[in-house]
Design a binder for this molecule. Structure first.
Ligand SMILES: Nc1ncnc2c1ncn2[C@@H]1O[C@H](COP(=O)(O)OP(=O)(O)OP(=O)(O)O)[C@@H](O)[C@H]1O
Length: 654
């Protein structure tokens, strides 16, 4: 929420009152930048603005008919704030109340007392339209607001003339141009501590419902399920793929796309989003770090908002070649200490992210060194970066935690608000009949605790035992034991069961993805390599290091995990592989400092940690015994080479 002004010509504006406060008026204006709530009370004016970027969606509703139970004898039947609403086409409408309600859902940045940071909090703004004596007319007005808000949220033009039209059919038809294909959701129930189903159901689905995002959900049944799914299905029926899991399943989806003959179209048309439920979650953290969102307070919410906003952003990939295969990597290539910790700590998966800390200590005690040769192609004009250079990155990361409010995309400059005099519309003459939604608490002053419901509102409460409007869900995958309910989808706000929506799934609801056989010969496509084959020598102008190493680890993302700021200066599409080298000879004390510094990025202050910006590298181990990993997955131990493929992937961001 913003205390500043809202600029631009209002798309819509209206005056609302509060029944309990005779001298208080709210002038509500919707502009391309946001929703401005101007409170005028006893000569004082206060404006607060909810940015369009913070709004996810809105719904129109009508009062619900009171059942016999909604009386003083059955206090539980009365909803919080004493209002119950149903969808406009519900049979339970209260015919006596001609009001139409507009619920606007937003997730606004709020100051967070702990560590003086920020976090996003849910807010519901409720506007009650009741200036007309017919419900249809009030609903038409509410629908105009809804249409305008939705167009602005989706960055689409508002159909001309609609807002002045008195014809509700015209308004209703205008919603068609906002319709979009559903999202494909691939959920790994085994990722991280195994809570992906619950997290998705409880934390993601309600926000999707508010944004009226339709999706089809598939729960993976085995390793490579997601990879084969995107390889073999008609994926263009969806407008994007959302991975609910960790980086391993993101890797599967990306590589599945490159196993399609039409990989160029697939990669371009199917942006990939991620809801973090794994133990590492490097990509999810990197995406939010790039736009300075307060991820740590609520990773699932921040990532869900990225998926909803779906501002497609390019992301570099790296083509990696080993003796036996080539693949596309989005996160890292590793050899030595960090890979060993990642892979060997798998046995502690049940304890979640803590497994990395515990195994770091173990590996430090039993420290290994590896002999080998490293060649690399430095980024033109870039040198090995000194600790000093990294201070800029560190400063950024520290300020990111402390004052995430300094967003680069600040759409409300701190200038004062100029009131716009409302033009005379049909409402002006009957403004005095407008009453805001006193029942839902609109009588609070325009402050943080305004009528705008920042706490868990009725919508979310209702979702616990039914959907937002009190309907029982037709289906849910929440019960892991229920086979039938493993798949469900929403279209807008509707939940549908498998039986309703099985045309593309086949009778078994997607069960035709069989586990991959070892050494299965699936062909990989994608852009060809520009490097010599692994068996050929590297070009003469490449640099090289030979000797004993503690680790060689490359990444193209800022974060390897949600608490591992590996390359603070990395950007999603900077055209750089950040190659970190630590040679043997470093003391255990310094290594401990290095490992401790990974969470803040200060590991780069250790003099022995050389960070080299490159566009390609080759590594040839000469000793055995360790692990080589690509995006956290083990690959053949032996020669490996990697080359940057700039902006090859398309991801969902805020
Ligand atoms: N139903 C399943 N049963 C077993 N394994 C699965 C299933 N679905 C996917 N997998 C495999 O689980 C692996 C790990 O998944 P994922 O990345 O989601 O979680 P994670 O490893 O905990 O997280 P991170 O990669 O961020 O550390 C993937 O490589 C995938 O192949």
């Amino acid at each position: 929420m913003d205390g500043g002004g809202v600029h631009g010509t209002p798309v819509l504006e209206e005056t609302f009152y509060i029944l309990s406060k005779k001298n208080t008026v709210y002038r509500v204006k919707l502009t391309e930048k946001g929703l401005s709530l101007q409170k005028e009370s006893n000569g004082n004016t206060k404006i607060e603005v909810i940015r369009i970027d913070d709004i996810v969606g809105c719904r129109c509703m009508r009062s619900k008919r009171r059942s016999g139970g909604s009386c003083a004898c059955h206090p539980n039947a009365i909803r919080r704030n004493n209002v119950r609403v149903v969808e406009e086409n519900s049979s339970e409408q209260d015919e006596k109340d001609v009001s139409a309600y507009l619920y606007i859902y937003a997730y606004v940045l709020k100051k967070y007392r702990v560590k003086s940071g920020q976090k996003r909090e849910r807010m519901t703004i409720t506007l009650r339209f009741r200036s007309f004596d017919k419900y249809e007319d009030n609903m038409r007005e509410a629908q105009k607001w809804r249409l305008a808000v939705k167009c602005l949220v989706k960055n689409k033009s508002i159909p001309r003339g609609i807002l002045a039209s008195e014809d509700s059919q015209v308004t209703a038809q205008s919603f068609f141009h906002l319709e979009e294909r559903k999202l494909l959701v691939l959920l790994n129930p085994k990722s991280g501590p195994g809570k992906a189903r619950e997290l998705f159901q409880q934390r993601v689905v309600p926000v999707f419902a508010e944004a009226e995002i339709g999706f089809d959900l598939y729960v993976t049944k085995h390793a490579n399920y997601a990879r084969d799914f995107v390889r073999t299905k008609d994926i263009y029926q969806w407008r994007g793929v959302v991975v609910v899991g960790g980086d391993g399943i993101v890797f599967e989806v990306i590589n599945g796309l490159f196993e399609r003959e039409d990989w160029q179209t697939a990669v371009k048309e199917l942006p990939v989003g991620v809801i973090p439920c794994g133990s590492g979650n490097g990509l999810a953290k990197t995406i939010s770090y790039a736009v300075e969102e307060p991820y740590d307070q609520n990773p699932v919410l921040i990532s869900t908002l990225s998926v909803i906003k779906c501002r497609c952003a390019p992301m570099d990939l790296v083509r990696v070649e080993t003796k036996s295969q080539f693949l596309f990597s989005f996160l890292s290539v590793g050899w030595g200490l960090l890979s060993d910790i990642d892979i060997e700590s798998e046995r502690l998966r049940a304890i979640g992210g803590q497994r990395f800390t515990v195994w770091s200590v173990a590996r430090l005690i039993g420290l290994r060194t590896y002999r080998g040769k490293l060649w690399y192609l430095p980024v033109a004009g870039c040198r090995v970066q000194s600790a000093q250079t990294y201070m800029s990155g560190l400063t950024r990361s520290v300020s990111h935690c402390a004052e995430t409010g300094s967003k680069p995309r600040d759409i409300f400059p701190a200038t004062s608000y100029t009131p716009v005099h409302p033009s005379h519309s049909c409402h002006d003459s009957i403004n005095s009949r407008y009453r805001p939604l006193q029942e839902v608490g609109c009588d609070d002053p325009v402050t943080d605790s305004l009528s705008l419901e920042t706490s868990l509102g009725p919508a979310l409460e209702d979702l616990r035992d039914g959907d937002e409007f009190g309907r029982p869900r037709l289906d849910s995958y929440y019960s892991a034991a229920s086979r039938r309910s493993t798949y469900f989808s929403t279209a807008g706000s509707d939940y549908r069961s498998v039986a309703d929506n099985c045309s593309y799934m086949g009778v078994h609801g997607g069960g035709d993805i069989q586990p991959r056989r070892p050494n299965s010969n699936v062909r990989m496509y994608g852009p060809p390599s520009q490097l010599p084959a692994l068996t050929q020598p590297v070009p003469d102008h490449w640099s090289s290091i030979e000797g004993d190493f503690i680790l060689v680890h490359a990444s193209y993302q800022s974060h390897l995990g949600s608490d591992c700021l590996f390359a603070p200066n990395s950007k999603l599409a900077d055209g750089i592989i950040w190659l970190l080298v630590i040679r043997a000879g470093i003391s255990r004390g310094q290594l401990l400092q290095f490992l401790l510094g990974l969470s803040s990025g200060s590991h780069l202050l250790i003099p022995q940690a050389e960070m080299i910006p490159v566009t390609a590298f080759r590594l040839e181990p000469e000793t055995s015994g360790g692990h080589m990993t690509v995006d956290g997955e083990v690959v053949d131990y032996g020669p490996i080479q990697a080359e940057l493929m700039p902006s090859l992937a398309n991801i969902m961001s805020m």
